[in-house]
Design a protein around this ligand. Structure first.
Ligand SMILES: O=C(O)c1ccccc1N[C@@H]1O[C@H](COP(=O)(O)O)[C@@H](O)[C@H]1O
Length: 218
């Protein structure tokens, strides 16, 4: 089975096309002012229109209020909302009900016990995004290019639908898939030449490495 891939933090047509050409199933747009990947609503709307029907558009927000999410949903018409802050299970449920869209909830992992944070969201979130805890001093809850200890996921219930994230790139994707058996992955920094600057060559190299890992596992 092929792994679904979300390339996140896209800001240009050229890199969006490179992600979709490479085989991305999902493309992500960041709505978080402090991020070098933050994108204006109008620009994200244009990119999402371009991707529509070829990849699923994911809008990423951090503790966004209804007014902010209303604007994102109306301009971008995403297929999925990624909530990457400290949104409570009740907030996740309210967002799902308000927009009628699936929600992927980010959960930061550093040690085995952190997996318990996922439990209150089970049956509420449609999918999980397992991500590393941000390094000390980082202003970003995600997109730090840092992997976590993948063995934390070795005993996870196979019915839990998740994307693996945090510091994935062409060099480590084979090991990451071998360690976790993840059916979906999400990455940003690993296909950039500098923070917020997606690199077409690195996107192509990532997909090449992924296909090679998939062949090795078949
Ligand atoms: O990428 C960001 O700047 C960002 C900002 C705020 C919330 C989430 C963000 N990114 C998410 O984190 C993953 C992992 O990033 P990386 O591969 O470790 O750089 C990214 O794919 C986004 O979903």
């Amino acid at each position: 089975m092929s792994v679904s891939v979300k390339i996140c933090g896209l800001k240009t047509q050229e890199t969006l096309e490179a992600a979709i050409d490479g085989g991305a199933s999902h493309v992500g747009f960041i709505f978080f002012a402090k991020s070098p990947r933050n994108i204006a609503l109008k620009d994200a709307g244009l990119l999402a229109d371009r991707a529509r029907g070829r990849a699923r558009n994911v809008a990423v927000s951090v503790n966004a209020d209804d007014e902010t999410l209303d604007a994102i949903v109306s301009e971008v018409r995403p297929d999925m909302l990624q909530l990457h802050g400290s949104e409570s299970p009740e907030r996740v449920a309210a967002v799902k009900a308000r927009y009628g869209l699936p929600v992927m909830k980010a959960v930061a992992l550093k040690e085995q016990g952190d997996l318990r944070q996922m439990e209150p969201y089970q049956g509420v979130a449609d999918r999980f995004l397992f991500e590393a805890r941000p390094p000390a001093g980082s202003e970003l809850p995600g997109g730090n290019g840092v992997p976590f200890d993948w063995t934390i996921l070795s005993t996870i219930d196979p019915d839990i639908d998740y994307m693996l994230s945090g510091g994935l790139d062409a060099e480590n994707i084979g090991d990451a898939l071998a360690a976790t058996g993840a059916r979906g992955v999400d990455l940003s920094s690993g296909v950039e030449s500098a923070p917020g600057q997606k690199d077409i060559k690195r996107i192509a190299e990532f997909f090449e490495a992924l296909r090679s890992a998939e062949r090795a596992a078949a």
